[in-house]
Design a protein around this ligand. Structure first.
Ligand code: GCO
Length: 448
């Protein structure tokens, strides 16, 4: 048995996102987002599910904050639904939308929980998509205005800000692979969107500094690890490319002011796509951030395979246990990535803004015995502790998610919460993992 001890001052939290939990899709002047449109397009989301009701957290936020108070978290990471604030994407502010977030934030502060606010967790106003979405540079300007409004409005209340959540998903998963809204399949488009997101991020950071907003600002890329199957150079190179699509592509511009040359060349060769950079873009992107948020779920053992996919790479089923969504449990990847980030980009403060697992256990006699999730959390927290011990500057850990919720293209079929939600009655039931996490937060250590 080992005791895994965390440093004094370690922060703990839980995370959610607006479209996944709020519901109230047509309430108080909210405009439609690309996820409303996508979910209502037949064949895009499992069972035709959508976020109209979700967990109804819009109405039940007090109950949800009470759960968090009991859990003992330092941080609640949530996102603001842009179309609640600007139903038309820009222009007229919807006061009722703002009022909801004031109610939520006030409730959190009253209970001693720090709000960590994500500005963009994927619910782009549909009107902006109709004009090209993130491919259109006008969306960058609209985002800057939206960010400015929230900074001014919540200055002094919200002290932790995240500009963009998972830019890889927003760009490549949504515009090249087509699995998420708006569901397009064009590599050049994915690349344009990725670049524009980074410019939007940089502009928001510049605005934040200029306005002298109190607190910290960062962004939250998702990362995945590809472990080379062997130490053959071809395996290593293929894995380096595939991991860099998540890491270097979204880190180098922010921390070094340039894109990774080897990937730029690779993409050109494979797809013909090229970066479209305007004068001044790289300086805008290359702003110092106060922290970086890391979202980590899975990794794989992978190897070179000629002409396989974008990277000449195939994932090998190396027999790792999988969660209910079919993702490998690969905690070593978490450790390797955190180490790599600090080796490559320096002593940047890191919050783990998402890490968690899908297990679809249901309540039996009022109890949810989600032992798989507890095991997953333990393994990843060991990796986190190994990173801390190695000198990685980790400030806090926020698990995904507080609640079971709308899991994007998987609809309500995949549960990531430490609190179970009955989607018929909207009743919340704390799972075994909730009690385990509560204990871990209280102790600042756990036994394994
Ligand atoms: C994100 C994530 C979450 C998901 C989680 C499980 O973008 O931050 O996609 O919203 O629910 O990663 O897939």
């Amino acid at each position: 048995m080992s005791i895994i001890q965390f440093p004094k001052g370690m922060k703990w939290g839980v995370a959610t996102a607006s479209y996944q939990i709020e519901g109230a899709a047509n309430k108080d002047g909210r405009g439609p987002s690309i996820w409303d449109t996508f979910a209502k397009t037949p064949g895009k989301v499992v069972n035709g599910d959508n976020g109209d009701v979700a967990c109804d957290s819009y109405h039940r936020y007090k109950e949800d904050v009470e759960i968090m108070e009991d859990l003992g978290v330092d941080f609640y990471r949530f996102s603001v639904a842009w179309p609640r604030i600007f139903p038309d994407g820009t222009g007229e502010v919807n006061k009722e939308g703002l009022a909801y977030y004031h109610r939520l934030v006030d409730e959190l502060l009253e209970k001693g929980i720090q709000p960590m606010c994500t500005l963009y967790h994927w619910d782009l106003p549909q009107v902006l998509q109709d004009k090209g979405g993130w491919d259109n540079r006008e969306t960058i300007e609209a985002f800057e205005k939206y960010a400015e409004l929230l900074f001014r409005e919540f200055d002094g209340k919200i002290k932790h800000w995240i500009t963009i959540n998972e830019p890889w998903c927003v760009s490549f998963l949504s515009n090249f692979i087509g699995a998420h809204a708006p569901g397009l399949k064009d590599f050049q488009l994915g690349m344009n969107v990725a670049h524009h997101l980074l410019v939007a991020h940089g502009k928001a950071v510049i605005k934040f500094r200029k306005l002298g907003i109190e607190g910290e600002i960062g962004y939250a890329p998702n990362v995945e690890w590809n472990e080379p199957y062997s130490d053959n150079q071809k395996d290593i190179d293929a894995c380096t490319r595939a991991s860099a699509w998540f890491l270097d592509w979204f880190f180098d511009p922010v921390f070094k002011g340039s894109y990774p040359e080897f990937l730029v060349n690779w993409f050109k060769e494979k797809t013909g796509a090229a970066l479209k950079i305007e004068d001044g873009d790289m300086e805008i992107i290359n702003q110092p951030v106060d922290f970086v948020g890391i979202n980590y779920y899975t990794g794989s053992v992978s190897r070179y395979a000629e002409d396989e996919g974008l990277f000449d790479l195939e994932k090998v089923d190396a027999g790792y246990l999988k969660t209910d969504i079919g993702w490998n449990i690969y905690p070593e990847g978490f450790y390797h990535i955190l180490k790599k980030i600090s080796d490559n980009y320096g002593d940047i403060p890191i919050y783990i803004t998402e890490n968690g697992s899908c297990y679809n256990d249901e309540p039996e006699n009022g109890r949810v015995r989600d032992t798989g999730r507890i095991e997953y959390l333990k393994k990843h927290l060991v990796s986190l502790q190994r990173s801390l011990e190695s000198g990685v500057n980790i400030k806090g850990y926020l698990t995904w998610s507080l609640l079971d919720n709308f899991e994007w293209a998987e609809g309500y079929t995949m549960r990531f919460g430490i609190v179970h939600v009955d989607y018929r009655t909207l009743e919340r039931t704390k799972k075994d993992s909730y009690y385990w996490y509560k204990q871990t937060i209280a102790n600042n250590f756990f036994e394994i």
